[in-house]
Write a protein that binds this ligand. Structure first.
Ligand code: SF4
Length: 165
């Protein structure tokens, strides 16, 4: 996958812990993820990049079938994953990969509150989990670490992906 090596380099220069090219087929979308957002997350419905506004797991699964590869990035909380994803998505798109599409981590924090329509749609991206992606299964299938955080002292692992082509 030599043609994508420059994106891994760029991701590292943006201070990600790790980045790798993964098969899109290894990205898992599952029904339970949407229900965990709806029943268990106080951000549900608070942000235009989160459910119920973001793609359902079914739609995400159909969309994933249109891609072969993605760039998975790993951060430890010291970088803004979604911002990094939007930078990488633009770079990849401008290289001619016209389908480049990114998903980050967590709710959008670009504005204090969302109006009816997004103010910064060029930068705002839904999180992987907001699109119904089982981040745990996806990350573990690609050999990267992720665990349930059992206390606020635990160091988190955060992920984003840019689908390439
Ligand atoms: S950019 Fe602003 S309006 Fe758009 S989703 Fe993010 S917080 Fe909401």
């Amino acid at each position: 996958m030599k043609r994508y090596a420059k994106y891994i380099d760029k991701a590292r220069r943006l201070k990600v812990k790790d980045a790798k090219i993964i098969p899109a087929a290894s990205i898992v979308a599952a029904e339970w993820v949407g229900l965990k957002c709806q029943f268990g997350c106080d951000g549900y419905g608070q942000c235009l990049t989160c459910p119920p506004y973001s793609p359902t797991p079914q739609r995400t699964r159909r969309m994933l079938a249109e891609y072969k590869y993605g760039l998975l990035i790993h951060g430890d909380g010291n970088i803004n994953i979604t911002r990094t994803v939007s930078i990488l998505e633009r770079l990849i798109f401008l290289d001619g990969y016209y389908k480049a599409l990114g998903m980050g981590a967590g709710p959008c924090e670009l504005c204090a509150r969302c109006p009816k329509f997004c103010r910064h749609s060029e930068k705002a991206r839904p999180s992987m989990e907001a699109c119904g992606i089982d981040v745990y299964s996806t990350v573990r299938a690609n050999g990267l670490p992720i665990e349930v955080l059992r206390s606020t002292n635990c160091q988190g692992n955060y992920y984003g992906v840019v689908l390439i082509e």
